[in-house]
Design a protein around this ligand. Structure first.
Ligand code: NIG
Ligand code: FE
Length: 417
């Protein structure tokens, strides 16, 4: 593997400094103008002003890469995706355009269950090949690490099929994939009239077994109206925790249920969505170490106007992150820069806040902040370069991919140069 001397970074956004970022610190991008990076194998050996880095010992024999005046930042960390799914649900998109809601479609037998039936029939090879192609696109859009959830299998064999594919992909392609077990995504058809019996299976059998395989680090529950109750989620996530899996939770997407408070009670790594939380939740989250992962792609795609109270969360001091929630039902996008655009326009986050919420804070929520999320000596050489004049243009130009170069662990995985 080559060592690289990367120059031509008109703005080098290091994101160095305190972790996690709260309040005013969320805007602190640690910018170096005319910056340079020296890599050594898969790590960052030096980062600073070009003149300083060029003079360093390792710089002379490193391979030279001049980005010619681009904005360079840590690779995006997408901390909420449902990567493995068999096909789109574009017909539901049309039903919603015609006036049906996400919940009406789900109650009528559509939604997650359609994807589950389809996934159970799909071969591991097809699922894997599709996911591989998606991962190349994630990389081409500047994402270098992503979290991925199971939850479209909902029987033992198919959940394992998904987790196995994620493990293989983590090993065989350049991006890092962090796995989350989400058997509690929906009550499977076999248990339709017996949700408590399904929770029993999760708690007594599947979660302890998954924890022993090492196929997942986190456990997530869709705790919302029409999905799992707070009491069920508490039981599932408390068991997961006893087994060594760290809780994450889908909270407050469809209704205010007390799921956000449960995240705090369980010291979950992350509470995600949060569109329907109240002032008391905001204050409690702000005082906690739970990362608030906001997913504005969902409101955009579902055509909803109530976004998460990002401004209040940031101003009160909560740890805020942004993610795509890449999935076929509510957010079929893998573009973090599109999410930044939505965050700036609809969540009223500044471009600087959005960038920190897409790099260092999600790295913290995945417990990977010692290795990724900022460009600092000793961390992985995970970075993305954008063809823009200044970082604020990344969200400003929406719906286009201006990422022209991505490096993952010191290897070039995307280059338009
Ligand atoms: O995060 N809310 C639950 N899970 C997904 C939607 C999954 C689906 O509809 O397929 C989400 O929005
Ligand atoms: Fe989700």
């Amino acid at each position: 593997m080559s060592d690289w001397l990367i120059t031509g970074c008109s703005e080098l956004l290091t994101l160095r400094g305190s972790v996690p970022r709260r309040g005013a610190a969320l805007s602190d991008l640690g910018i170096i103008r005319d910056g340079a990076i020296l890599t050594r194998a898969d790590r960052i050996a030096a980062v600073g002003p070009r003149r300083t880095i060029e003079r360093m010992r390792g710089a002379r024999r490193a391979q030279k890469l001049d980005l010619g005046g681009r904005v360079v930042l840590p690779g995006f960390v997408d901390s909420h995706t449902h990567l493995i799914f068999p096909s789109s649900r574009a017909s539901e998109y049309e039903q919603r355009i015609a006036g049906k809601t996400y919940e009406q479609i789900a109650r009528a037998g559509g939604g997650i269950r359609v994807t589950v039936e389809d996934l159970r029939r799909s071969s591991p090879k097809t699922l894997r090949d599709d996911a591989s192609a998606r991962l190349r696109e994630f990389g081409a859009h500047g994402t270098t690490t992503l979290e991925a959830k199971s939850g479209y299998g909902l029987n033992w064999q198919s959940e394992l099929k998904i987790l196995d594919i994620m493990q293989q992909l983590h090993q065989d392609q350049p991006l890092d994939i962090i796995s989350t077990f989400m058997g509690a995504h929906a009550v499977p058809p076999e248990f339709r009239r017996r949700p408590e019996a399904y929770v029993d299976v999760l708690v007594k059998s599947w979660i302890p077994a998954i924890a022993t395989t090492g196929l997942a680090e986190f456990c997530d529950v869709f705790c919302d109206r029409g999905a799992f109750t707070v009491a069920q989620a508490r039981r599932i996530l408390a068991t997961a925790q006893e087994c060594g899996l760290v809780p994450r939770i889908h909270a407050g997407q469809l209704a205010h249920t007390g799921a956000a408070k449960l995240a705090i009670e369980l010291r979950a790594a992350s509470a995600d969505h949060l569109e329907k939380i109240d002032r008391a939740d905001v204050r409690a989250l702000a005082l906690s170490a739970v990362t608030c992962t906001l997913l504005p792609g969902c409101e955009f795609h579902l055509g909803l106007s109530q976004f998460a109270p990002a401004r209040a969360l940031i101003d009160e001091g909560a740890i805020v992150a942004l993610a795509t929630d890449f999935n076929p039902g509510t957010s079929p996008t893998l573009s973090m820069s599109m999410i930044l655009s939505l965050a700036c326009t609809h969540l009223r986050m500044t471009p600087a806040e959005a960038i920190a919420a897409a790099t260092i804070n999600p790295a913290y929520s995945l417990r990977l902040h010692d290795r990724i999320g900022s460009l600092e000596v000793g961390k992985y050489a995970d970075l993305a370069a954008f063809d823009v004049a200044a970082y604020r243009e990344i969200p400003y130009y929406f719906g286009v991919n201006l990422c022209s170069f991505t490096m993952k662990r010191g290897a070039v995985i995307h280059s338009k140069t």
